[in-house]
Design a protein around this ligand. Structure first.
Ligand code: NAP
Length: 577
C-alpha cells in the first residue's frame, strides 16, 4: 500500500455510472470534501474527471491507488450494481483497507445481504455501512434522502459527510439519520420503496377513476392533480403526475399517457417489502396490491385472452365535481393506510432484528430528497413525537380524524369502482383493512374452527384460558390442550373424561402419538381428509376408524404418554393451513 503522505481525499466513490458520478459530484460540491473516484473500467473515471474539472476529483486507476489517495480512517462509498458487483468491490477494498476504515454500500442492496456482509466484515475491524439512498439520479446530484445503517461509531465519521450532501427539508434539517445497526438502513429504504409503490398505485387508481367516471381528458385531470398539490395531498408524486398527464406525445399529438404501454415494470423492492411483511406477519395490503397490480398489468397474454369477459360499461357519474372530491378523500385515506402499514413493518423488522428505530426521525428524513416526499410526513413526525408508542400510525388523532371524516366518500368511491367495473385494488383493500381493523369480531373465528376441523390446529375461547380442540370425528365434545405438553408441541388432552389427573385423560399408545396422522397418499383424498373406509386412525381426536381400543383408536379419550412423540398438536396433522 502507498504511503499516506500522498493521501488528499477525505472520501472516495467506487462505481461511476449515473448514481456514483452524481453522488461524487454532490460530495465534491460541499465545502471541505476532496473526493477520490474509481471505476472498474477506466473510461467512466476519465469522462467524469474531464467533464467536471471544477470538482477537483482525485482519480484512481487501481484499488491500491484509491486506498492511497484517502486520508485515514479511509471512507469509501460503493455505488455499483447491487449483488455480485457489490461483493466484488468489497473484496478488493478489504484487500487494501485497514481496521478502522469505513466501507459504505449506497446501492440498492437486500438488507439480509447487508446484515451478512456487516457481520463478516466486522471481524476484520473494518466498518461496513449499508445505506439506503433515495431520490434517483437527480437526488444523488442535488441532495438525496439517506438512510445509513452500520455501527454508531462509523456514523461519527460518516454522519457529517452524509449530512453535507443530503437533501434539506423546509426547516433546513438534513434528510439523514443513523437508522440502526447493520441492515437497518437498507431495510427502511426497502419499506420506503414499498410505500412508494402503494402511493403510485393509489394515484394511478385515482386518475383512472376520474377518467372513466367523468370522461375528463388527461390534461383536465392534470389540473385536478395540480389543484390537489396545493392541499393536504401535496407531494412530489402528485406534482409529477400532473406533469405526466399534461404531456403530449410529439409523434401522435395524443396525450403521452395514452401511447405508453400499460405494463408497469418493477425492480424488486416492492416484492421484497411484501415478502418480508409476510415473514413478519404484518399486513401491508396497500403495498401488496400495488405490487400485484404491476404484475397483473404485465400479464400481457392473459389480459389479451381475457378481453371480452363480461362486465359493466362505466357510466359517467352524475356530479363530476362531487366525485372528484370523493376520490381525493379516498386517496388521502388510502395513503394513510399505506403509510401506517409501512411503519408497522418497520416496527416489526426493528423488533426482529434488534434495531432501535425512531419512527418520527424516519418520517423526518423522508420530507425531502426522496420520491415519497410529501407534506404530511411532517404530521407523521409530530404524531410520533407526541406518542412514540402509537399502536398504529392511523390511530394518531390527526390521521384517525381524517380517516373517519373520509370514510363515507371512500366507500362511495369503492362502490362506484365496483359497480362500473373499474379496478381499484389499492383503494378497496385499504378500505377493507380499515374495516377489518375496527371490527369488534372477525370471521377469523370461523377460520380457526375450520383449521381445527381438518388439522386439529386448536383454537382459543373468548371465555376461558388455554387452547381447545373439538373431537370433530368423534362425539364432538371439546378437549383442552394440556398446558404441560404445550411447550413440547404436544396434542390436546380431553376434558372431563374421568381419571387420571385434573384433565382426566388416559394414555394413548405410542403408535398413535407420533407423526401418525400422516396417512399414506392413497388413504387421503386431495384435500388431506382420510378416505372413507381406509383404516387410518384419526389421531386428531384420538379417535379412529378402528373399533379396537387396544390400537388407541377406539372411543375412549386418550393421551400420549409423557415420553411420546406427539408432533401432531397445534402444528401437526392434516391440512397445512
Ligand atoms: N437510489 C436510487 O434511486 C437509485 C437509482 C438508481 C440506482 N440505484 C442503485 O445505485 C447503484 C448504482 O446504480 P447505477 O445505476 O449508477 O449503476 P448500475 O448500472 O447499477 O451499475 C453500473 C456500475 O457498477 C459497476 N460494476 C458492475 N459490476 C461490477 C463489478 N463486478 N466490479 C466492479 N464494478 C462493477 C460498473 O462498472 P463498469 O463501468 O466497469 O461496468 C458501473 O460503475 C445500484 O446499486 C443501484 O441499484 C439507486
Amino acid at each position: 500500500m502507498s504511503e499516506e503522505s500522498t493521501a488528499t481525499a477525505n472520501i472516495g466513490v467506487v462505481g461511476l455510472a449515473v448514481m456514483g458520478s452524481n453522488l461524487a459530484r454532490n460530495l465534491a460540491s460541499r465545502e471541505g470534501n476532496t473526493v477520490a473516484v474509481f471505476n472498474r473500467s477506466r473510461g467512466r473515471t476519465d469522462t467524469l474527471v474531464q467533464e467536471h474539472p471544477e470538482a477537483g476529483f482525485v482519480p484512481a486507476y487501481s484499488y491500491e491507488d484509491f486506498a492511497a489517495s484517502l486520508t485515514t480512517p479511509r471512507t469509501a462509498i460503493i455505488m455499483v450494481q447491487a449483488g455480485k458487483g457489490t461483493d466484488a468491490v468489497i473484496e478488493e477494498l478489504l484487500r487494501v483497507f485497514e481496521p478502522g476504515d469505513i466501507i459504505m454500500d449506497g446501492g440498492n442492496a437486500n438488507f439480509q445481504d447487508t446484515i451478512a456482509r456487516e457481520a463478516r466484515i466486522r471481524e476484520t475491524g473494518i466498518h461496513f455501512v449499508g445505506t439506503g439512498i433515495s431520490g434517483g439520479e437527480e437526488g444523488a446530484l442535488n441532495g438525496p434522502s439517506i438512510m445509513p445503517g452500520g455501527s454508531v461509531e462509523s456514523y461519527k465519521t460518516l454522519g457529517p459527510i452524509l449530512e453535507s450532501i443530503a437533501a434539506r427539508a423546509e426547516d433546513g434539517a438534513p434528510c439523514v439519520t443513523h437508522i440502526g445497526t447493520d441492515g437497518a438502513g437498507h431495510f427502511v429504504k426497502m419499506v420506503h420503496n414499498g410505500i412508494e409503490y402503494a402511493d403510485m398505485q393509489l394515484i394511478a387508481e385515482a386518475y383512472d377513476l376520474i377518467r372513466r367516471g367523468t370522461g375528463k381528458t388527461p390534461a383536465e385531470i392534470a389540473d385536478v392533480f395540480a389543484q390537489w398539490n396545493t392541499g393536504e395531498l401535496s407531494s412530489y408524486l402528485i406534482e409529477i403526475t400532473a406533469e405526466v398527464l399534461r404531456q403530449v406525445d410529439e409523434r401522435t399529438g395524443k396525450p403521452l399517457v395514452d401511447v405508453i404501454l400499460d405494463q408497469a415494470g418493477a425492480k424488486g423492492t416492492g416484492a421484497w417489502t411484501v415478502q418480508n411483511a409476510l415473514d413478519l406477519g404484518v399486513p401491508v395490503t396497500g403495498i401488496a396490491e400495488a405490487t400485484f397490480a404491476r404484475s397483473l398489468s404485465s400479464s400481457g397474454e392473459q389480459r389479451a385472452a381475457a378481453q371480452g369477459l363480461a362486465g359493466p360499461t362505466p357510466t359517467p357519474v352524475d356530479d363530476p365535481d362531487a366525485f372528484i372530491a370523493d376520490v381525493a378523500q379516498a386517496l388521502f385515506a388510502s395513503k394513510i393506510i399505506a403509510y401506517s402499514q409501512g411503519f408497522d413493518e418497520i416496527v416489526a423488522g426493528a423488533a426482529k432484528y434488534g434495531w432501535d428505530i425512531d419512527k418520527g426521525e424516519i418520517a423526518k428524513i423522508w420530507r425531502a430528497g426522496c420520491i415519497i416526499r410529501a407534506q404530511f410526513l411532517n404530521t407523521i413526525t409530530d404524531e410520533y413525537k407526541k406518542n412514540p408508542d402509537l399502536p398504529a400510525l392511523l390511530l394518531a388523532p390527526y390521521f384517525r380524524e381524517h380517516l373517519e371524516s373520509a370514510q363515507d366518500a371512500w366507500r362511495r368511491v369503492v362502490v362506484t369502482a365496483a359497480q362500473n367495473g373499474i379496478p381499484a385494488p389499492a383503494f378497496s383493500s385499504s378500505l377493507a383493512y380499515y374495516d377489518g381493523l375496527r371490527s369488534e369480531r372477525l370471521p377469523a373465528a370461523l377460520v380457526q374452527g375450520q383449521r381445527d376441523f381438518f388439522g386439529a390446529h386448536t383454537y382459543r375461547r373468548v371465555d376461558a384460558e388455554g387452547s381447545f380442540h373439538t373431537l370433530w370425528s368423534g362425539d364432538r365434545s371439546e378437549v383442552a390442550q394440556d398446558p404441560s405438553w404445550h411447550s413440547r408441541s404436544s396434542p390436546e388432552t380431553p376434558v372431563g373424561s374421568g381419571s387420571p389427573g385434573p384433565t382426566g385423560v388416559s394414555a394413548l399408545p405410542d403408535a398413535a402419538c407420533s407423526p401418525p396422522a400422516r396417512a399414506s397418499p392413497r388413504s387421503r383424498n386431495r384435500i388431506g381428509h382420510p378416505v372413507r373406509g381406509s383404516r387410518v386412525p384419526d389421531v386428531r381426536s384420538g379417535l379412529g376408524n378402528s373399533p379396537d381400543p387396544s390400537s388407541g383408536t377406539g372411543t375412549s379419550r386418550t393421551r400420549c404418554p409423557t415420553g411420546g412423540e406427539p408432533g401432531w398438536g397445534a402444528r401437526g396433522v392434516g391440512g397445512a393451513a
